[in-house]
Design a protein around this ligand. Structure first.
Ligand code: AR6
Length: 168
């Protein structure tokens, strides 16, 4: 059975050891999935994020999950798509998946849920992003047999279809 599953859901409802947040480099909350995670987690989350003091694009930071069903939140900062430096933007997005998975694994996470990083407010083309996400997740799973489950959480049919295609 595949360790990757694809679901249509609100990520704040997902029961996994960790959920990933598509944050911005200030780590102080925002709209989209970031706003939803902060709303459900409650005030402890921004307090912990403030202490971290930000995160560069492509990297990841870990906090508690507070009122979320997940024990941890992995905050990663996706690239803003411009298309003028596509290869660099691809590499930064790949880094988000790789670094989030590695940080989670080091902290004992064995089940983790990702949103479609950078494909909302940051405008990364979802078809392109889904291929990068699936490639990085598969590579990590191949090299870390201890990781049990990676859930890709899609908000909306277009995003779901893109990931379905990328998983074929
Ligand atoms: N559960 C799962 N996926 C969601 C949810 C949710 N509750 N809400 C939105 N999505 P975006 P980005 C999907 O814009 O492009 C924030 O303001 C959404 O439909 O959340 O990385 C941050 O603070 C889309 O498919 O993240 C940053 O400033 C995907 O999540 C900026 O937006 C990502 O959309 C980050 O932009």
């Amino acid at each position: 059975m595949s360790k990757i599953s694809l679901i249509k859901e609100d990520i704040t409802k997902v029961h996994a050891d960790a959920i990933v947040n598509a944050a911005n480099s200030a780590l102080l909350g925002g709209g989209g999935v970031d706003g939803a995670i902060h709303r459900v987690a409650g005030p402890g989350l921004p307090r912990e994020c403030r202490k971290i003091g930000g995160c560069p694009t492509g990297e990841a930071r870990i906090t508690g999950g507070y009122n979320l069903p997940a024990k941890f939140v992995i905050h990663t900062v996706g690239p803003v798509w411009s298309g003028r430096a596509a290869e660099r933007e691809d590499a930064l997005l790949a880094g988000c998946y790789r670094n989030s998975l590695a940080l989670a694994y080091e902290n004992g996470v064995r089940t983790i849920a990702f949103p479609s990083i950078s494909t909302g407010a940051y405008r990364f083309p979802v078809e392109r992003a889904s291929k990068i996400a699936v490639r990085e997740i598969r590579e990590f799973l191949d090299s870390h047999p201890g990781m049990e489950k990676v859930i890709i959480v899609c908000f909306g049919d277009e995003v779901f279809r893109a990931y379905e295609e990328a998983l074929k």
